[in-house]
Design a protein. Sequence first.
Length: 118
Amino acid sequence: QVQLVESGGGLVQAGGSLRLSCSASGTIFGNNHMAWYRQAPGKQRELVATITGGGTANHVDSVKGRFTISRDNAKNTVYLQMNSLKPEDTAVYYCNRPPSSIYGIYNWGKGTLVTVSS
């Protein structure tokens, strides 16, 4: 059974940076497209960024220029570098396949909490 594990969250002041990591047991990311999502308190989970197996990345407008998704297939890990953080970035962050994946999505991991103070 696939288990996704997100890490790297924490408390940071506005303008600060964090790097999130996502690893998996029970599967190899390989050439699978992957994505980062986030869920803020009281809101629905939303897509933040996607990356193809070949490394082509896309980011939603609200994080474009501040966040960067990347992957290291040798380490079976996907990353999200977050710079210039804002209080509105406060959320639990999750990784998974993108919603458009023809293979569907994995079971959700526990996520990692990012809290940005003003």
